[in-house]
Design a protein around this ligand. Structure first.
Ligand SMILES: Nc1ncnc2c1ncn2[C@@H]1O[C@H](COP(=O)(O)OP(=O)(O)OP(=O)(O)O)[C@@H](O)[C@H]1O
Length: 347
């Protein structure tokens, strides 16, 4: 059963249309990410689910009940933001108890038990008496998470909750979020502009572009079968090269503007002017061999790997290689790629 159902949601601020008719179902217990560039409308959509923003058209249902016009406190949801907004004068336990008090859930004893359980979930049970300023950024974030889950809401809404954390802490919190989600099974909608975060955390990724759903699917589907040039570009930094499809001895080939060709899989059906999407991690480079040639423009040292920026038919092309593969600027290198890994997108 769908836990959250959004039907044809439209939202305008004055004359600016921000959401253009979004329909989306989130199943009970599912972890769905809304992924998209800044300004595409992710936060607005989340705030509409929360009841913090009205809709211009469309409806919101939670567990089969229409809540479109209900205020936030009448919806069984909890939301956690990038700025975690803990109350500085209250200790950790009181901060976590706050939503229970506001909603009048349970007596003192029951509330204390729920607070203890929530703090245990985020492994902060020994910090109950501290004030927020006595905690690190990551710990404060976990208090905010405990506060969001303490009432076991039907739906947990997370708006870029990890973006204030440094890289290491962020990775730890991602793992923690996955584990908490597995343990509690809360229906979760997670907003992020970080594709890696969306792919690693979610059951399903919804890619938004300018107020519309561009593509939705499992992380593997979104990553390996981007349906549009936008999806391909946004996810996994693919290279997009204009080409035509021509017939070759071993099946269809992509022909670039300089006449060079690249073998495609035998089942490739798209014809006409296309964009060829090549993931930088799928490309192999060698000094000799058959295959299209590209010129090395520059090398970026990334520690364990090198990124080469190349030029093919006048287009920039990026390739990730092991760090023991070395070419010099201006050198001509041969590209190879598994034909099955080449995506052909209509142009
Ligand atoms: N209250 C408001 N009044 C007018 N315009 C708004 C309001 N809230 C959002 N917008 C506009 O709506 C568009 C979408 O904003 P939104 O915050 O939903 O985007 P986002 O995808 O979450 O971006 P970010 O990742 O930067 O937070 C933006 O162009 C923004 O300027």
């Amino acid at each position: 059963m769908a836990n959250v159902r959004l039907s044809a949601i439209k939202k305008s601020f004055g004359k600016t249309d921000v959401l253009h008719g979004i329909s989306l179902e989130v199943a009970s217990g599912e972890f769905v990410s809304l992924l998209g560039a800044s300004g595409c409308g992710k936060t607005t959509l989340l705030r509409i689910v929360a009841g913090l923003e009205s809709v211009t058209a469309g409806s919101v249902e939670i567990e089969g009940v229409e809540v479109t016009r209900l205020p936030p406190e009448k919806r069984d949801i909890a939301m956690m933001f990038q700025s975690y907004a803990l109350l500085p004068h209250l200790d950790v336990a009181e901060n976590v108890r706050f939503p229970l008090r506001m909603r009048g859930i349970g007596g003192r004893e029951e509330q204390a038990e729920k607070v203890k359980a929530a703090l245990e979930t985020v492994q902060l049970e020994h910090f109950a008496d501290r004030r927020p300023r006595q905690l690190s950024g990551g710990q404060q974030q976990r208090v905010a998470l405990a506060r969001a889950i303490v009432s076991r809401p039907k739906v947990l809404l997370l708006d870029e909750p990890l973006s204030n954390l440094d890289a290491r802490l962020r990775e730890d919190m991602q793992v923690e979020l996955i584990e908490i989600h597995q343990r509690l099974g809360l229906t979760t909608i997670f907003v992020t502009h970080d594709q890696e975060e969306a792919l690693s955390l979610s059951d399903r990724v919804v890619l938004l572009n300018a107020g519309k759903i561009e593509q939705e699917g499992t992380p593997a589907e979104i990553y390996s079968q981007p349906a549009t040039g936008f999806a391909s570009n946004f996810i996994g930094s693919a290279n997009l090269l204009p080409a035509d499809i021509v017939a070759g001895d071993a099946g269809p080939m992509a022909k670039f503007s300089d006449g060079q060709t690249l073998q495609l899989g035998p089942d490739e059906r798209v014809r006409g002017p296309v964009s060829i999407a090549l993931r930088q991690e799928d490309l192999s480079l060698s000094a000799t061999g058959d295959g299209p040639k590209a010129k090395v423009r520059t090398r970026v040292f990334l520690g364990a790997r090198n990124r080469y920026v190349l030029s093919l038919a006048g287009e920039p092309l990026r390739a990730l290689t092991a760090n023991d593969v070395e070419f010099s600027n201006g050198q001509s290198v041969t590209l190879s790629i598994d034909p099955q890994r080449v995506r052909v997108l209509p142009r």
